[in-house]
Design a binder for this molecule. Structure first.
Ligand code: TA6
Length: 293
C-alpha cells in the first residue's frame, strides 16, 4: 500500500494492528480487528469517541468503546444464546482494502469482511460487508452488505457508537421525540417517547423504531454538541448501563459509565434487512462536533 502523509500502522500492546491518523483535520485510531474505530478527535476538540481505560485489546474479546460493529445480529442471538452477542463482525480481523487521502484532505479507509468457514459455522449466509470510514473534520462511516450467495439473507446491523460525554446524567439527546421504542430495561415493552429530549437516569437500553432522524447530544459539561446524522437506517439505539449494571461489567470500571452514551445508527428488529442474491444495502452515520449555542 502507498504511504500516505499522516498515516502509520502500529501494533497495540495486545498485538492488534492499528492505523494511526494525524492530519491537520483530525487525530484517529482504527484497528482492522472488528474494523473498529477507537479514536476520532477533530483538531481543537477533545475525543469524540469513548474508549474504556479497561478495554481489552486482544483477539477474541470485543473492544469496549469506539465504534464496534454489530453484524449479522444485534445484541443476543435471537435463538441461540451460545452465539456471541452482537454477532461476529466485531471479533474478526477485516481485510484492509484501501487507505487514501481524499480531495478535501480526509483520510479514507475501506475494510472488508467475507464469509468463510468460521462465519458459516455461526451464520449460514454468504456475504461481504465493507466499512468505509472518512476521517476528517467530520466523521463518516458507511457499512455496506452484499449478498454474494445463492439464497436470500437477512441481517441486523448497528454502528454501536460510544460518544464521549462530560457526564452522561447531564446530557440531553434530541431527535427521538415522539418515536416508538422497545424498552429493554422494562421487559421489552413497546413505548412511545414523549416530546422532551431523552435523558439518561439509570440503566437505559432503548431501541427506537421507524426513525431516520438526526440525533443531537447536548453536552453542557464539555460545552459542545455532537450531531449524528444517518442515511439508510431506520432504527436508533440509545444505551448506557448506568451505575449498577456497569458494576457487573468487567471492562467499564467504577465511573466509566458516566463518560459515554451510545447513540447507535442501526437496522435491527423489525428493520432487519433482507437481501436477495446479488443485492446490497448501505447504511451511513456522520458525526459532527458543534459548539453548544
Ligand atoms: O446496544 C445496546 C446493547 O445491546 C445493550 O443491551 C448492552 O448490553 C450493550 O449493547 C453492550 O453489549 P456488549 O455485548 O458489548 O457488552
Amino acid at each position: 500500500m502507498v504511504a500516505i502523509d499522516g498515516v502509520v500502522w502500529t501494533n497495540s500492546p495486545g498485538g492488534l494492528p492499528f492505523l494511526r491518523v494525524e492530519t491537520d483535520q483530525c487525530r484517529a485510531r482504527l484497528t482492522s480487528y472488528g474494523a473498529q474505530l477507537c479514536e476520532w478527535m477533530p483538531a481543537g476538540e477533545s475525543p469524540v469517541l469513548y474508549v474504556s481505560p479497561h478495554a481489552v485489546f486482544a483477539t477474541g474479546t470485543p473492544i469496549r468503546g469506539g465504534v464496534p460493529i454489530s453484524f449479522p445480529w444485534f445484541a443476543s442471538h435471537p435463538t441461540d444464546p451460545s452465539k456471541p452477542a452482537h454477532g461476529f463482525a466485531r471479533t474478526r480481523t477485516w481485510q484492509v482494502i484501501e487507505v487514501t487521502r481524499g480531495t478535501t484532505g480526509d483520510v479514507r479507509v475501506v475494510l472488508r469482511l467475507e464469509a468463510d468457514d468460521d462465519t458459516r459455522a455461526l451464520w449460514a449466509s454468504t456475504f461481504t460487508v465493507s466499512l468505509t470510514v472518512s476521517l476528517g473534520a467530520t466523521l463518516a462511516m458507511t457499512a455496506e452488505v452484499e449478498n454474494v450467495g445463492q439464497e436470500a439473507l437477512a441481517f441486523e446491523l448497528a454502528l454501536h457508537t460510544y460518544l464521549a460525554v462530560g457526564d452522561v446524567e447531564a446530557v440531553s439527546i434530541r431527535g427521538l421525540e415522539g418515536a416508538r421504542f422497545v424498552d429493554k430495561v422494562d421487559g421489552g415493552k413497546d413505548k412511545v417517547a414523549g416530546g422532551e429530549p431523552q435523558r439518561i437516569a439509570g440503566e437505559t437500553d432503548r431501541v427506537f423504531l421507524d426513525t431516520t432522524a438526526t440525533c443531537v447530544v447536548d453536552d453542557p459539561v464539555l460545552a459542545r454538541r455532537l450531531r449524528v446524522e444517518k442515511q439508510g437506517s431506520h432504527a436508533t439505539v440509545l444505551w448506557n448501563p448506568g451505575r449498577d449494571r456497569a458494576r457487573t461489567m468487567r471492562d467499564i470500571g467504577k465511573d466509566g459509565w458516566r463518560g459515554f452514551v451510545c447513540v447507535e445508527t442501526a437496522n435491527v428488529g423489525p428493520h432487519a434487512v433482507r437481501l436477495a442474491p446479488g443485492a446490497r444495502s448501505a447504511m451511513t452515520s456522520q458525526i459532527e462536533v458543534l459548539p453548544l449555542a
